[in-house]
Design a protein around this ligand. Sequence first.
Ligand code: ATP
Ligand code: MG
Length: 224
Amino acid sequence: MLLRAVGLTKSYGGARAGPVRVLQGVDLEVKAGEIAAIVGVSGSGKSTLLNLLGLLEPPDAGEIQFDAEPVSSLGRRRQARLRGARIGYVFQSFLLLSGLTAWENVLLAARYVGRDRRQAEREALRLMERLDVLHRRGHYPAQLSGGEQQRVAFCRAVLNAPSLLLADEPTGNLDAEHARVILRELRAQARERGATVILVTHRAEAAAEADYALRLQGGRLEPA
Ligand SMILES: Nc1ncnc2c1ncn2[C@@H]1O[C@H](COP(=O)(O)OP(=O)(O)OP(=O)(O)O)[C@@H](O)[C@H]1O
Ligand SMILES: [Mg+2]
């Protein structure tokens, strides 16, 4: 997937505090098979940008295109379908469903798009094994460490082989060894499957994994 964003703006209104202008004209173009790293200080709008690219929130202005098709103006239902089929998102705060086990969380995405269950389960087994969380599959999120939740969230995001993978600090809670595993998996998503990967990170070795790094500053992206 070639992802293109043109002139994205986003503000959050505070009745008393006044509007917070987070994004002020973000342009971005990432090709299939490419990994783009996004860096920027806390509060610069990295997660906000991923939420827009993941079609979870509408931009105030600007446009997002997948494969040259405008998608930011699609209806909510078509966006939801597109998200389920083509976008994987590793959230900064994981967002695992607390009432489901790790295994059920990982398989939820496959169920949502109606994939063959046995095939999805076989892949989930292999993926959770590689990410070192298979032994935790029967546990609920509250019973998992932060790093384990992060790895389960990663498995959930990639199980459907998304064409666009958004990863918000996916190694933020991990030790060096587990971080390496995640970065290896991210690289494989791009290099072996041709996924477009957008990686928000503060780790130098994670940014080094990317084809290029961009800095979000003053509401815009610039070369890092
Ligand atoms: N729903 C919201 N309502 C009001 N303000 C918001 C909302 N979401 C984000 N913001 C504000 O937008 C700014 C950017 O937030 P965002 O979470 O995108 O930053 P970030 O770069 O991801 O930071 P971090 O590195 O700490 O994760 C912050 O000042 C935040 O307070
Ligand atoms: Mg963030």
